[in-house]
Design a protein. Structure first.
Length: 310
């Protein structure tokens, strides 16, 4: 009887040890960040003046990216970077015919279920592109940003980061002569309290892009931004250009860069790395002729759903 009791105690102890071990692993496990890196420059920090704005879009290799020219029945025409998977299609970056640019990133420090405000629908990227022409017009509507996320917006003169917390607390940082960047954690002093668990990737990418942006005192160029987008300084999972430490981990699926010179038409640099497809690079001059020739109506342009970020 004593031997059976001793055996039972040993088995019970092993079971408890396994449970504790799995619990510790669960507490220490950090899921791979579904993330993006956003950065921009304005004024004297851009060679020749104007603005530069960029987004490296990082996601699991489950989505297909494509660009679409949208000509709505009402509002400004815009060119958008869309991502599609079995759950639908979302607008991830865009520029309208007035030269206003919007790119977005996920606030991954906030749990997914807390990012949206069910009582109030957030202003969408598509609505911004259809109705706004300047950074001031966008930042004048901060009360309409209710989805916890990060937005980088730019016109010919200014670049701004809009940080949105759960419940719609939104702040804007604007520069006319400087550089700006955002990854996936909050930087504004009022919102930093939300950074309960910042991923290593978000911190490393932010520090690295700030370092790169500070290296050219004579003014940054489109080619500089392209080089930054390809930086692999911190390995497959923490670099600005992520390749993914395993076949299923997040990696850079697209790079969207807009040069909006003080004089002249905006130019787009786009690199797309869709899963199981050859990498593609596009350079476009977004002049007046580019925006002409498509009948009005969203249906003709092809995109009908939208995810606010990432």
């Amino acid at each position: 009887m004593a031997r059976k009791e001793s055996t039972f105690k040993k088995q019970f102890a092993k079971t408890i040890a396994l449970i504790i071990g799995f619990s510790v692993l669960a507490l220490n496990f950090t899921p791979p960040a579904l993330a993006c890196t956003l950065w921009g420059a304005a004024g004297e920090k851009v060679e020749g003046g104007g603005t530069l704005i960029a987004k490296n879009r990082d996601w699991e290799p489950t989505q297909v990216q494509e660009i679409k020219r949208i000509v709505p029945r009402d509002g400004f025409r815009y060119l958008g970077l869309y991502a599609s998977d079995e759950e639908g299609t979302g607008l991830k970056a865009g520029i309208n015919e007035k030269g206003l640019v919007v790119v977005t990133a996920t606030a991954s420090v906030v749990p997914d279920e807390r990012r949206s405000n069910p009582q109030k629908k957030t202003i969408s990227t598509a609505e911004i592109l259809k109705t706004c022409t300047t950074v001031e017009e966008v930042t004048g509507q901060l009360d309409r940003f209710t989805h916890a996320a990060f937005y980088l917006v730019a016109d010919k003169n200014k670049v701004a980061v809009i940080e949105v917390g759960p419940g719609g607390k939104a702040t804007a940082s604007i520069t006319e002569n400087g550089t700006i960047a955002q990854t996936n954690h909050y930087l504004n002093e009022q919102l930093r309290i939300l950074n309960k668990k910042v991923s290593k990737s978000s911190r490393v990418r932010y520090d690295r892009i700030r370092e790169l942006l500070s290296k050219d005192p004579d003014g940054l160029t489109l080619d500089d931004f392209v080089a930054f987008s390809e930086d692999k300084n911190a390995g497959p999972d923490n670099s600005i250009c992520r390749t993914g430490g395993s076949p299923t981990r997040s990696r850079t699926l697209a790079t969207w860069i807009i040069e909006n010179p003080a004089n002249g038409n905006p130019r787009l640099y786009l690199k797309v790395a869709n899963p199981n497809e050859p990498q593609k690079t596009v350079r476009l001059s977004l002049d007046e002729n580019f925006w002409k020739g498509t009948p009005r109506g969203d249906k003709a342009a092809g995109a009908n759903t939208e995810s606010p970020t990432a």
